[in-house]
Every structure is written in C-alpha cells, then in structure tokens.
Design a protein around this ligand. Structure first.
Ligand code: UDX
Ligand code: ADP
Length: 463
C-alpha cells in the first residue's frame, strides 16, 4: 500500500512536531493534523509562525515550509480520518484521576474515543498507528473496538512509539536513534508495517528502522522511559550522599560515565525530573506489574518515583533550612518554570512542587521563565488544589525581566537550565538582593566559585 494521505489525531507536543517532519520529508504525502481544541488548531494556523502553540527550536521554520503545501491543521476530524489511508493517534494519555487505578494507571478515555470515531467514519480500509505511549496490550482493545463497531472495513493496528524529547524534538525526529514499528505477525500486518517503513525511509536509514510484534513495541517505550528516569533517580540518590560525604556528584557522574558500559548521558543530578512522560509511564508500569501480581517488579520501579519526589522535597527543605528556618514573607526568585530548557512545557515540572512547598511556608515566589506565562504558572499551582486560586495568585509575583525578578530577593532558585541564566550579570543581581544573598542551583549550571567570590552563598545539588 502506497501512503498518500495521513491523518494525525492530536496536535500536541508529539503530534505537531512529528507530523511537521513527516510533511517536510515526504512532500508527496498530504498530512492533516486534527484536534478538538479549536484554539490550538487556530494557533497552529496562525499567519505568524512564531505563534504556533509549541515552542521547539527549529520547528517554526519547518512548519512555515510545509504548511499549506502538504501540511494542514484542522478541526474537521471526521473528514480527515475518512480521507486518510493511515491514521496516527497522538492524543494524551494522562494518569487516571478517578476510579480503579487512580493515580497510577493510564487514562485511556481519549484513546478509546479516537478508536470509536475512526470506526464510525471510516469507509475504506485503514492502518491505525498508536503514537501515544500506551500500556502494553492497548492495541488489542483498539482492534476490538474498530472491528466490532466499524462499517465492515479492515483495520491494521501498528504501534510506533515516539522517542523524541522536548526541546530537541526537531533534531530527534530528523536523526532518530531508531524508529520502532510493531505490528501483527500475519501477512496483512506485515504489509501495514512495510507501508509505514516506507514513510520513514524517506529520511531514516533502513537499518535504524526496527520492526517487532505489537506487544514488544508497546512495552519497549515504557521500558525506555523507565530506564532513563531510573538513571536520573540513581544519580540524584547519589547527590544526597555526596552532600553528606564531601564528594561532588558532577565528578562522580563524570567518573562513572567514562565507563563505556555505563555511558555519560542522563547522569545530570537535578532538582528532579519532570515532563509528561517519566512519572506517568512508570506509574503505569507499576500498575501493570501489580495487575499481573508482580509485586516485586512493581516495588522496584516505584522506587524511581519515590526518589524523585524526595529530591524535589529535599530542595525546598534545603531552601527553608538555609534561610534560617523561615521563608515567611521572604521573596524567593525562581529562574525557570519549564520542566527543562528549550520548551514551554511545564507538565510535572519540579518548579511546581518546590513552589507549592514554599508557598505553604508563606514565601512570596517571583518567577521568571523565558517561555512560560503567569497564567500557566498559576494554572499549574491551582491544579494541585493545595489552596484557593486567590491564595496562589497572592503568592506568585511576576516581572518582565530576570533582573527585576531577583531584585530585593532573599534567595534565587534555579529550576530550569535555560542557557541565558549562565550569562547573566551576577554582580548586578547580587547588588540588588537582600544580604546574605543565596543561590540554590537546582540544575548545577552556574559557576559556584565565581558566585562565591561575588559574595553569594551558593548551594548546588550534590556537593
Ligand atoms: C522523555 C524521553 O527522553 C523521550 O525519549 C520520550 O519520548 C519522552 O520522555 P522528555 O520528557 O521530553 O523526554 O525530556 P528528557 O530530556 O527526557 O527530560 C526529562 C526530565 O529529566 C527533565 O525534567 C530533565 O530536566 C530531567 N533530566 C534529564 C535530569 O534531571 N537529568 C538528566 O541527566 C536528564
Ligand atoms: P502529547 O504530549 O502526548 O502530544 P498533548 O496534551 O500535548 O499530549 O496533546 C494531545 C492533544 O490531543 C490535545 O491537543 C487534545 O486536545 C487532543 N485530543 C484528545 N482527544 C482527542 C480526540 N478524541 N480528537 C481529537 N483530538 C483529541
């Protein structure tokens, strides 16, 4: 089957960038990204490409090139599904907030709605591709809905998890370490796999395109995220031990990272990992393991989350302790709110939890993030339901620049590793602050000795 029309349901952090690259690299394929969220689609279609809803370095240029040529953003979900030979599902699968598996299992409500919609409107055979991260064996549920509620047309389900990381999405999509495609082992399934292989082969070398059965593919995605998160929790656990023993976690990370069996990536101690995937996917893995009665497996992975929560809490506790055990009415400047640099995404960002702890201690938090708005910051805090929206708004101060944010502050906390923070005029910042002036570097990005020379009391993670 030659693919000429693709539809992607979900214009979010995964669907948007992925389809933009497919459209750029496959001008012969018409790619339509649909979403129920009118505001989001309008932003993707904004005449000024700098206003697209997702900030990713290099993305707006690609959207500019392909949009209107073979890349379209629309709210006409039914029409786009019907016209396409291949439908990607890239909707969100948040952790359940209700019922059985609350706080652990993935909420598959949006996935099921998509499957039902595809079944309802399809008048020709289609390949349905799971892009969203899903619990192992979700494809079975999707297939059952499609086969039992459809118009008698044939569906093949593929699992094609996305491994892009935010902030480097364009690079990750252009030069992926690998593309993973899982499908049915019977002949029709193999044909569907081949159709998707041909799409990627437009720019990805074929030896990097792996094909497996559906279950291996679904589980590989959860496994990859669990291993990555585990590395961060492992180095963060060591960071606490370093602080007690006089070792330096950056030196330890470098020393072990030079062992080629361990490798140097993902060993950066931090205030804790955030993002939409790691916590959600591990909780989901824990839930799946428990549902099969594999309690030791579940406990093993749950510890990664426990350690991460501890790291975030430890950071806010340290701030309170160093500021003479009270932050009440003190101005604490937060540099960064996004869960990592080069993204405007704040989902599960450590900043949210650290701020929440400090607000409970009555601190005033002044936040500066180059890509995150005050509205988003307040929405993130309100989501925790720790206090009223008015109370959160009263504790969050917003300023236009980082310098104003730090002016008069008792302490600065670095929550995101934005490059611009490194090159600030730290002498100027020091001069404008309350003394003693503290810096809590939750990302270990600043030059500690230089700051100490200026007069700051500097506290990094893990030293
Ligand atoms: C992750 C996976 O990397 C990606 O493959 C998957 O598709 C989605 O989940 P993402 O969450 O976008 O991507 O970003 P990532 O770079 O993995 O960072 C996640 C969190 O870990 C961030 O908060 C980051 O700051 C933190 N982190 C990362 C560390 O604290 N230390 C590190 O060494 C690396
Ligand atoms: P991700 O990081 O996985 O891409 P996002 O939340 O950024 O997650 O994006 C998911 C998108 O999917 C949202 O914009 C949401 O409106 C959209 N969506 C969810 N369910 C449906 C549906 N049934 N039809 C169309 N779009 C949907």
């Amino acid at each position: 089957m030659k693919i000429t029309k693709i539809c992607c349901i979900g214009a979010g952090y995964v669907g948007g960038p992925t389809m933009a690259i497919i459209a750029q690299k496959c001008p012969q394929i018409q790619v339509t990204v649909v979403d129920l969220n009118h505001e989001r689609i309008a932003a993707w279609n904004d005449a000024d490409v700098n206003n697209i809803p997702i900030y990713e370095p290099g993305l707006s240029e690609i959207v500019k090139e392909a949009r209107g040529r073979n890349l379209f953003f629309s709210t006409e979900v039914d029409q786009a599904i019907d016209e396409a030979q291949m439908v990607f599902i890239s909707v969100n699968t948040p952790t359940k907030t209700y019922g059985k598996g609350k706080g652990m299992a993935a909420d598959l409500k949006f996935i099921e709605l998509c499957a039902r919609q595809i079944a309802k409107v399809s008048k020709s055979d289609k390949i349905v591709v799971e892009k969203s991260t899903l619990p192992v064996r979700t494809a079975e549920a999707i297939k059952s809905i499609l086969d039992n509620t459809g118009n008698g047309v044939k569906f093949q389900i593929l699992s094609n998890p996305e491994f892009l990381a935010e902030g480097t999405a364009v690079q990750d999509l252009l030069q992926p370490d690998r593309i993973l495609i899982g499908g049915d082992t019977a002949e029709e399934g193999q044909k569907a796999i081949q159709a998707l292989v041909e799409v990627y082969a437009n720019w990805v070398p074929e030896d990097k395109i792996l094909t497996t059965n559906v279950w291996s593919s679904e589980l590989s995605k959860l496994t990859a995220n669990a291993f990555l998160a585990q590395r961060i929790s492992s180095i963060n656990a060591m960071s606490e031990l370093c602080e007690k023993t006089g070792a330096n976690v950056n030196e330890v990370a470098k020393a072990i990272g030079m062992d080629s069996r361990i490798g140097s990536k993902f060993l950066k101690a931090s205030v804790g990992f955030g993002g939409s995937c790691f916590q959600k996917d591990i909780l989901n893995l824990v839930y799946i393991a428990k549902s099969y009665g594999l309690n030791e497996v579940a406990d093993y992975w749950e510890q990664v989350i426990i350690m991460n929560d501890h790291q975030k809490r430890r950071f806010s506790d340290t701030i309170v302790r160093k500021l003479y055990n009270t932050v009440s009415d003190k101005k604490i400047a937060f540099l960064g709110w996004a869960f990592k640099k080069d993204t405007n995404d704040t989902r599960e960002s450590a900043a949210i939890y650290v701020a929440d702890d400090l607000i409970s201690e009555n601190a005033k938090i002044a936040v500066y993030d180059p890509k995150v708005t005050r509205k988003k910051i307040l929405a993130d805090l309100d989501y925790l339901e720790s206090r009223s929206a008015e109370a959160n708004a009263a504790h969050i101060l917003s300023f236009q620049t980082a310098y104003e944010t730090c002016e008069g502050a008792h302490a600065i906390a670095i929550l995101t590793e934005w490059d611009e923070f490194i090159s600030y005029d730290w002498q100027k910042i020091y001069n404008s602050m309350q003394k003693p002036a503290f810096v809590f570097d939750g990302r270990n990005i600043l030059d500690g000795p230089a700051l100490e020379k200026i007069g700051f009391i500097y506290q990094a993670i893990g030293s």
